[in-house]
Design a protein around this ligand. Sequence first.
Ligand SMILES: [Cu+2]
Length: 93
Amino acid sequence: MFFKKDQVKKVVVDAGYKPDVIHLKRGVPAKLKFKTSDNLGCLDELVFKELDQTYNLEKSSTKVIEIPTDQAGEINFACGMDMFRGKVIIDEA
Ligand SMILES: [Cu+2]
């Protein structure tokens, strides 16, 4: 369910993450939409180390992931091999 004030940002997964740095505001519910291509390789695994979460992505699809924004700071994500990396920066509102 999407509330009007939610932050929703798209990340394209195609030989890496584009963009690979995503800014969100603290305290506003946030979702990232990971949009995949038809060639994923090890990008089919999406690991959020600090959040202790691993997601499986499917080819040519979109996966919506909720990101906690209660604390300012950085949340890293990477492929299953920790080869491709990106990060979410939660900025003070
Ligand atoms: Cu990889």
